[in-house]
Ligand binder design. Structure first.
Ligand code: HEM
Length: 349
């Protein structure tokens, strides 16, 4: 019998389906500047806040009606609920990962057309799909493709970020503010590889090199993003090479990652795969080396403890920081107000 809790009556544990084969490739250490001050709280903003006002792209949209986007939200949400025959019972986690990976390539220090972020929708090109960190994400792109056909005016950047918003909300998470207007750019806008974080890195400063130096987040914000993100879904040996879920409820947005990270006894797994940790009690959960860095670093750990204790604060902070992640490097006109969608349940659909 499965050890997995049911996310809701709609989601049951289902055995892993095969994902796309992992692409091989070398990894580079991202440009962490040793000694760079890492802000410790949202009150002490990271560089992105002041950002390099020129290093942004202008969003424009011809479709500004809230009702139109709520309709697209509903369409995606219905497919998400209907197609529960995937992985642990939902495509939601992999859609969240797609939203994060199309946004997390952003480099606030890169003024070139290859600055990354969700704006340009460049993961539609094979070249970006072949970034080793993106292995398996074609499944999420394919899931959303019918909505590009149905709503051709919706750009890929808007579609993939909206897919993440739908998933967070429908899997019981907080409301995520979202704005439309991203525009597709060509193959020459594909960002360089190795910007997305590489899980075998165990050094806390490596995590900061990605989330602070490039994306502009504080220690608290990076802890929140990683911990709530990894409450969802699982690792797949045929995608990243890692194996297993982080929590017992991988189709629910919770603060369980933080509780489990602190409470369980984590040991290096004895197996034929990459270094990962497993809980001594059930041996069914996992932590990546980068996840363990959130426990070993005293500054990160302070926020792990905070979020383990206070789920409400955790969800409130996540809503804010996930929404900003999806908008990195984009300037929205004043007329494009953030939208907050109703869940299917709220609309009784
Ligand atoms: C240090 C930062 C991070 C690293 C090294 C990392 C690494 C990984 C790896 C190796 C996987 C397994 C992929 C697979 O085998 O299918 C994964 C899955 C996942 N990650 Fe992360 N990640 C990081 C941050 C984040 C963030 C910030 C989010 C979202 C806010 C996120 C959301 C997810 C989700 C939802 C999955 C599950 C996908 C699925 O079930 O198919 N991750 N991550």
């Amino acid at each position: 019998m499965s050890t997995f809790a049911k996310a809701s009556s709609k989601f049951n544990y289902k055995p892993l389906l095969a994902l796309a084969a992992a692409a091989a490739g070398g990894y580079g250490y991202v440009n962490y500047k040793k000694g760079a001050p890492a802000p410790q709280s949202p009150k002490n903003p990271a560089p992105a806040a002041s950002l390099l006002a020129t290093n942004v792209r202008e969003a424009t949209t011809s479709v500004s009606s809230f009702e139109k986007y709520q309709q697209i939200y509903n369409d995606i949400a219905k497919k998400l609920i209907d197609e529960d025959d995937y992985d642990d019972g939902s495509y939601g986690p992999i859609l969240v990962r797609l939203a994060w990976h199309c946004s997390g390539t952003y480099d606030q220090n890169d003024p070139s057309k290859n600055k990354g972020g969700s704006y340009a929708g460049t993961m539609r090109f094979q070249k970006e799909q072949d970034d080793p960190e993106n292995a398996g994400l074609k499944t999420a792109q394919d899931f959303l493709e019918p909505f590009k056909t149905k709503y051709p005016e919706l750009s890929y950047g808007d579609l993939w970020t909206l897919g993440g918003v739908v998933s967070i909300q429908e899997l019981g998470g907080p409301k995520i503010k979202w704005r439309p207007g991203r525009k597709e750019l060509g193959l020459d806008a594909v960002p360089p590889y190795h910007r997305l974080p590489h899980a075998p890195e165990e050094e806390p400063d490596y995590v900061r090199s990605v989330f602070h130096n490039r994306l502009g987040f504080t220690d608290q914000e990076m802890v929140c993003l990683i911990g709530v993100g990894h409450a969802l879904g699982r690792c797949h040996t045929n995608a990243s090479g890692f194996d297993g879920p982080w929590t017992f409820s991988p189709t629910m947005v919770t603060n369980d990652f933080f509780k489990l990270l602190l409470d369980e006894d984590w040991k290096v797994r004895d197996w034929n795969g990459p270094k990962q940790y497993t809980d001594s009690k059930t041996k069914s959960l996992m932590m990546l080396p980068t996840d363990m860095a959130l426990k070993t670093d005293s500054k990160f750990r302070e926020y792990v403890e905070l979020y383990a204790k206070d789920e409400e604060k955790c969800m409130k902070d996540f809503a804010d920081v996930f929404s900003r992640l999806l908008e990195l490097g984009i300037k929205f006109p004043d007329s494009t107000k953030p939208m907050v969608f109703k869940t299917l349940e709220e609309q009784d659909q």
